[in-house]
Design a protein around this ligand. Structure first.
Ligand code: BEZ
Ligand code: FE
Length: 257
């Protein structure tokens, strides 16, 4: 790691210095930037700020070495592995969401040659039908709209839930202020479902699926426009079906130095 720090950090510092010079940044602006970063820290928005602006770039780099399904950003709302109970039928939803639109998430996990991966694990998480994350917002119990699903002998999985909606990343703090007031952008993410897929001998895949014809698809505030992960519209028995299949790359072998 320390070699990587020596490799990467001087370039990063150089890139920032060049930008400051290019724009003739003044003491006043330098001070304002410092105050801004202090606010990001003090408001607890550091993970949000970093994810909103840089997560998609790390995903882009990671995807260069994948032949199977491409990865997407994780975002700051995964919680930890313990928040995911094994689910056989339905992700828990709040009683107040009982009448929200039903959704079925189903698909198959394979290797990159199309062989089914039995016993693969998918941690699935998404927003409530009013755009909040359990365990993060409004004191909502962490069990809602989250669960772990295991694939069957054909590598298939299927789980019911309630439809998520587009939502704004928190826009009352410094991250939203930068996006909306200073950069003239917006703070919306299209409706999406998050996945973290694991299988023995395969590389973990963190991914998201989006809804065809969904608002903000292709105009995500986090600039993670994976239009290959937009799932065609399909309704079965009144439920929106999300067919989401993944091909997992083999574990990366890092050459010894
Ligand atoms: C999310 O997908 O939940 C998310 C991603 C980046 C910033 C904030 C939220
Ligand atoms: Fe999300």
């Amino acid at each position: 790691m320390s070699d990587r720090v020596k490799e990467v950090v001087p370039d990063l510092i150089y890139a920032i210095r060049s930008t400051l010079k290019k724009h003739g940044v003044t003491f006043e602006e330098y001070g304002a930037a410092m105050q801004y970063l202090i606010r990001v820290q003090e408001t607890g928005e550091a993970p949000l700020f970093v994810d909103a602006f840089f997560n998609a770039t790390i995903v882009e780099i990671d995807n260069e070495t994948r032949k199977g399904t491409q990865a997407d950003i994780q975002g700051p709302y995964y919680l930890n592995s313990e928040a995911y109970q094994i689910i056989s039928e339905r992700l828990p939803h709040r009683p107040i969401d009982e009448n929200a639109q039903d959704m079925v998430i189903r698909g198959q996990i394979t290797d990159t040659d199309g062989n089914p991966l039995a016993g693969a694990e998918l941690d699935i998480w998404h927003s409530t039908p009013d755009g909040l994350y359990s365990g993060v917002h409004d004191g909502i119990d962490a069990k809602y709209c989250r669960g772990r699903v295991i694939t069957d002998a054909q590598g298939r999985y299927s789980v019911k839930s309630k439809l998520p909606v587009p939502y704004q990343i928190p826009n009352q703090g410094p991250t939203g202020e930068l996006l909306e007031q200073h950069l003239g952008r917006h703070s919306w993410r299209p409706a999406h479902i998050h996945f973290w897929v694991r299988a023995d001998g395969r590389r973990d895949l963190i991914n998201q699926a989006y809804f065809e014809n969904g608002e903000w698809v292709g105009d995500d505030c986090c600039e993670t426009d994976h239009l290959d992960l937009v799932v065609p519209e399909l309704i079965e028995n009144g439920a929106r079906v999300m067919e989401v299949s993944f091909a997992l790359d083999p574990v990366l072998v890092v050459a010894a130095e």
